[in-house]
Design a binder for this molecule. Structure first.
Ligand code: TMP
Length: 238
């Protein structure tokens, strides 16, 4: 399958057309941004890790009955995916207080919740991806009520799958962001990526951060953290 014209270039990925209108090729870059693009940098090797990790995790999720965009890994950085119209909602699931949750409510990072939380942000860079009430997403016709219920159900199931998976690798899944898309026949499927860019992953024993917070917060050891979490992914169950 050959790459045709570039259809979209985001902060971390390029998306190309193919001969098949239902399929696209995603090409993962090493570019990293934070705070809506205010902070820019490069994480060497990130594109390869995010591509391979996302594909591995999407396949586990697909096996558990949640449809995803994954079709085939084409190279270290490139993957063939189903073409979708992205639902302009960032779906965030949290198991432990961290990041904006801790900041917004003035609590310490690390509080473990009894039940996971689900929230939505409106995917709109000009507005800074504001938090969005579910009823507002429906009012703006970004999704129907049924679609939002399905997305919420999928997000919680993805959380259960990923939490268990990472636990078996000695890693705690703190929170993550996922995105969904709609195929030509209006099926909602999991799209975008699942990687250390989009998840908080803490070493279960030491609590060490093994994700993009090392870049966001200038903690150092960014490449090493990505490499470590990729190594864990490939380990057999502990
Ligand atoms: P937050 O605590 O900053 O709201 O982030 C929640 C989760 O979402 C965290 O795992 C990082 C991820 N995330 C993204 O993938 N993209 C973003 O633009 C932001 C702000 C967070």
């Amino acid at each position: 399958m050959d790459k045709k014209e570039l259809v979209y270039e985001g902060k971390a990925k390029k998306v190309f057309k193919t001969d098949d209108p239902n399929l696209l090729i995603v090409d993962y870059k090493d570019d990293a941004t934070a705070f809506n693009g205010l902070k820019k940098g490069t994480i060497t090797g990130k594109g390869v890790i995010n591509n391979q990790m996302s594909n591995f995790l999407m396949q586990i999720i697909e096996k558990d009955g949640i449809p995803t965009h994954f079709v085939k890994e084409l190279s270290e950085r490139e993957t063939l995916v189903k073409s979708v119209t992205i639902v302009p909602l960032e779906v965030i699931v949290r198991n432990i207080a961290a990041g904006s949750f801790a900041k917004n409510y003035g609590v310490e990072e690390g509080i473990v919740f009894d039940e996971p939380t689900v929230e939505f942000s409106y995917k709109n860079d000009d507005l800074g991806d504001p938090l969005m009430a579910p009823s507002h997403a429906i009012a703006l016709k970004l999704v129907t009520k049924d679609e939002l219920n399905l997305i919420t159900d999928y997000a919680l199931r993805v959380n259960a799958i990923l939490k268990d998976f990472w636990k078996s690798r000695g890693v705690t899944l703190v929170d993550f962001k996922i995105e969904f898309g709609k195929t030509a026949d209006s099926t909602i499927i999991l799209a975008d990526e699942i990687s250390p860019d989009t998840c908080r992953l803490w070493d279960s024993e030491t609590g060490e951060k093994l994700d993009k917070d090392r870049f966001r917060r200038d903690l150092g050891g960014v490449e090493e953290a990505y490499a470590e979490v990729m190594k864990r992914l490939k380990e057999n169950d502990k």
